[in-house]
Design a protein around this ligand. Structure first.
Ligand SMILES: [Zn+2]
Ligand SMILES: [Zn+2]
Length: 87
C-alpha cells in the first residue's frame, strides 16, 4: 500500500507525493507553493483562506478537484530565486 495523506477533518485522501491539503478550507493543491498562495496571512499569522480563483495570479481547478497553477502562465515573479550567498 502506498503512503497517502488523510485530513482528519474531511474524507479526503490523496496519494500524490507533493499534494498539499488545506485543513481549513479542505481544498487540495498540487504543490505546497500553490497551497501557500491561497493563505491569507496577516502579520505572519494565517488568518484564513482565499478563493484560489480570486488571487492575483489565480489557480485553476484541475481534474480530481486539485488546484494548480495554470500551465504556461507562470508569473514572472514566481521563477526560481537564485541564492547569491551560496558558498
Ligand atoms: Zn485553505
Ligand atoms: Zn480536509
Amino acid at each position: 500500500m502506498t503512503a497517502h495523506g488523510v485530513c482528519g477533518g474531511c474524507d479526503r485522501t490523496w496519494t500524490a507525493e507533493r499534494a498539499s491539503h488545506c485543513p481549513r478550507c479542505h481544498r487540495q493543491f498540487s504543490t505546497d507553493s500553490n497551497y501557500s498562495r491561497h493563505l491569507i496571512i496577516d502579520a505572519g499569522i494565517v488568518t484564513g483562506c482565499a478563493d484560489p480563483t480570486t488571487l492575483k495570479h489565480p489557480l485553476e481547478q484541475a481534474a480530481g478537484d486539485v488546484w494548480r497553477s495554470p500551465s504556461g502562465s507562470t508569473p514572472a515573479h514566481w521563477t526560481r530565486i537564485t541564492p547569491t550567498s551560496q558558498s
